[in-house]
Design a binder for this molecule. Structure first.
Ligand SMILES: [Zn+2]
Length: 281
């Protein structure tokens, strides 16, 4: 039941999924014909719109949310008393490295309230997006999965791990791979500019590939080039790429790894005073 509920198009999930397990002792079958498959009563619903939570009952039929209403007059094969706990749509984990999620236990994500994973981060992804997504679709897991196309993986495929600029032909090949991945369903380009071979790429190379992703409404997600003493330049590079390719930028695990410069760098770095602040704030 849990899995069919999660795989529904609305993809609702009890935020604290343990609720379902905790409540299993309180579920029961009615003698009346079932109107819905599942009815969750007495929940505090936070529907994800940004509005305050409200009390409601939620009815589910064929894995899809059929009704959200206070004191719903209905019956169901399974009635769960949420007992004032929070009920909300599943969370999206935007930073996963889960290319092998289907071979591991994916239930742990669900138990944390996560129903959608974005994988392919930090420049590392599958390069055959179509094959990957087809495999995911055929695999019975309780998660929605989307992937980014990783720059490191693309560069490695075309140039191995050499420390040099790409030739125009190599750049074209990388661009084609990104373009193809986006057409096959990737949601953006990721980079891992602190890792080999991504670190061998200059900003122009990334901009060319980012533009290919932007043509298909992709985002740019970056594990930036430096998280220590040169974090400011690394953030500026990410913004420069986003501006040049006209696409949203996500800086992955935004942090500073240098103790010495950590707090000072944050204080000194007035990103809101950078050019283009309006578009990228
Ligand atoms: Zn990373």
């Amino acid at each position: 039941m849990i899995f069919s509920m999660i795989k529904g198009t609305f993809s609702i999930l009890i935020c604290f999924i343990f609720l379902l397990f905790a409540c299993s002792g309180r579920t029961g079958k009615s003698s009346k014909p079932a109107t819905y498959d599942v009815l969750i009563r007495h929940a505090r619903v936070a529907d994800g719109t940004g509005n305050p939570w409200y009390y409601a009952d939620v009815a589910i039929k064929d894995g899809i949310i059929a009704k959200v209403e206070p004191a719903l007059e209905a019956d169901a094969a399974q009635v769960i008393d949420a007992d004032n706990l929070l009920l909300c749509p599943g969370f999206i984990d935007v930073h996963a490295h889960a290319e092998n999620v289907y071979s591991n236990s994916s239930e742990r994500f669900v138990r944390m309230g996560v129903t959608t994973l974005i994988t392919g981060n930090c420049g590392s992804s599958v390069t055959e997006v179509d094959t990957f997504l087809n495999y995911v679709n055929k695999t019975p897991i309780p998660l929605n999965i989307a992937t980014l196309i990783g720059h490191n993986s693309v560069r490695r495929k075309v140039m191995d791990e050499v420390d040099r600029r790409p030739t125009p032909e190599e750049l074209k090949q990388m661009e084609s791979l990104v373009e193809m991945a986006m057409k096959e369903g990737a949601v953006g380009l990721s980079t891992g500019l602190i890792y080999v071979p991504g670190t061998y790429a200059n900003t122009d190379e990334i901009i060319t590939l980012a533009k290919a992703a932007a043509r298909h409404k992709g985002i740019y997600a970056s594990h930036i080039r430096d998280e220590g003493n040169e974090v400011k330049e690394a953030i500026q590079e990410a913004i420069q790429i986003g501006k040049a390719a006209q696409m949203p930028v996500e800086i992955s695990h935004f942090k500073i790894s240098s103790k010495k410069y950590g707090v000072a760098a944050i204080r000194q770095f007035r990103w809101w005073q950078m050019p283009g602040k309006k578009a990228y704030r």
